[in-house]
Design a protein around this ligand. Structure first.
Ligand code: GTP
Length: 414
């Protein structure tokens, strides 16, 4: 029997994802028609041996309860949400709930960061792990560019055994282009290593009289567990070459949307309601005029209304939004219940990885550049925003429930 743990953080995380995370917790933000972590759940549920999925985070239980219920019904696997009493870091929550993970004596458990997007080759990862009896943890790794690698966990591997000999989380200078994808398989004995790390942290906490530490139970999986395991023949890395990405900034949602759509290729209705350029996810309850043109890489949520002559590409339109006649939406996220007036243009700038650099990942650029100017990115309309007719909105972020009265370029509209 296997289990899976998904780390989702809490309301204080995901700040770079605002304003998209203002109404919906980031782990539930829909990408390619499914809440972000439903992609993880679907991948885990595909493995017959995986009997339980534990979601660990510090969101309130009420924020997650409905979702967990829906997922249990859909995937017929036990799914539970375990709420941390305070953010305990990527390792602290895992250690705190160790008895829940060990219950039933699974052979191993998968550990998935809730904000990564990939094809999740869990079966291969599990086989790779099983083939190495000394392995406590196997990391899914991928190649990054030399410049970008320092923003991730970097690993040096022994070529023949694939054992990780050196691990540095976000190093100051170049270490390796093999980076940690935030997807792991772990043997239960890893809790022994975690107990030692926990003890070290406690010693540090009490000898410093509680100074410089967020909480005595706080532990970083990467720094306190993985780094010391490197070079002990207990840490291995399986390298994958498929698409992998993280959802950090709002712009990365559009990139992930495109790749998940490509991966899952949503089935189109036998008679599409309008002209569709694949890949497109169209919720069955959306009302679409036959003269609209949608795609490529568009997700349309439940209850959305798309009127005549509308053009949408490379965008996510959330539930119950309305796009009025002849409006254009491109590289944008249109929030729930938002409305785009007729003949308006809502357009952003893609923040894709550099296509000329092999292995390049998305640059999760900060909102503002060094001159204090907004970095060009996708346009975001918060929930309930109203864009009047014949308005242009370019590379802008509009906070929820704002009724615009004119056009804007490169602005945050509060
Ligand atoms: P950043 O660039 O700082 O975001 O670093 P990162 O990519 O290494 O991410 P981070 O280590 O912050 O988080 C990795 C995953 O763990 C994400 O899915 C987070 O939501 C999750 N996570 C982070 N902190 C916590 C925590 O305190 N508790 C739980 N349960 N999950 C967490």
């Amino acid at each position: 029997m296997l289990k899976a743990v998904i780390l989702i953080g809490g309301p204080q995380k995901g700040t770079r994802f605002r304003p998209l995370s203002l109404d919906t917790p980031k782990p539930l933000f829909p990408i390619a028609g499914l809440p972000l972590i439903q992609h993880h759940i679907a991948a885990c549920a595909k493995l017959q041996e995986c009997k339980e999925i534990l979601i660990i985070g510090s969101y309130t239980t009420t924020q997650l309860a409905q979702f967990v219920n829906d997922m249990q019904k859909e995937y017929h696997v036990i799914i539970r949400y375990l709420q941390e009493f305070t953010p305990l870091g990527t390792g602290g929550g895992l250690y705190h709930f160790r008895d829940q993970i060990r219950a039933g004596n699974p052979s191993a458990f998968f550990l998935l960061n809730g904000d990564v997007c990939a094809a999740f080759p869990l079966k291969e990862l599990w086989t790779f792990h099983e083939e190495r009896p000394s392995a406590l943890v196997t990391i899914m790794g991928t190649e990054a560019t030399r410049q970008q690698s320092i923003y991730y966990g970097c690993m040096v591997r022994e070529a023949s055994t694939k054992a990780v000999t050196h691990y540095v989380e976000k190093p100051n200078t170049y270490v390796s282009t093999l980076i940690n994808c935030g997807v792991y398989v772990c043997s239960l004995q890893v809790f022994q290593t975690m107990a030692e790390a926990f003890q070290r942290k406690q010693d540090g906490f009490y000898s410093a009289n509680g100074q410089n530490s967020p909480h005595p139970g706080y532990m970083s999986w990467e720094q306190d567990v993985l780094a010391p395991l490197a070079g002990t023949n207990k840490l291995y890395a399986m390298q994958v070459t498929n698409w992998w990405s993280q959802v950090k900034t709002a712009g990365s949602a559009i990139y992930a949307n495109r790749h998940y759509l490509e991966l899952h290729r949503p089935k189109q209705p036998a008679t599409p309601p309008c002209h569709i350029l694949p890949d497109v996810f169209l919720h069955p309850t959306a009302t679409v005029d036959s003269t609209a043109v949608i795609g490529p890489n568009v997700s349309i949520g439940a209850g959305v209304t798309i009127k005549a002559g509308v053009r949408i590409k490379e965008s996510i339109v959330l539930n119950n939004a309305t796009i009025h006649e002849h409006a254009l939406v491109m590289y944008s996220v249109v929030g729930q219940d938002a409305s785009v007036g007729e003949w308006s243009r809502v357009e952003g700038t893609p923040s894709d990885p550099d296509p000329n650099k092999p292995f390049a990942k998305m640059d999760n650029q900060p909102l503002f550049n060094s001159d204090g100017r907004l970095n060009p990115s996708i346009t975001i309309l918060g929930a309930g925003v109203v864009v009047p007719a014949e308005t242009i909105l370019l590379n802008s972020i509009v906070l929820p429930h704002k009724h615009l009265t004119r056009s804007f370029k490169h602005e945050i509209i509060l």
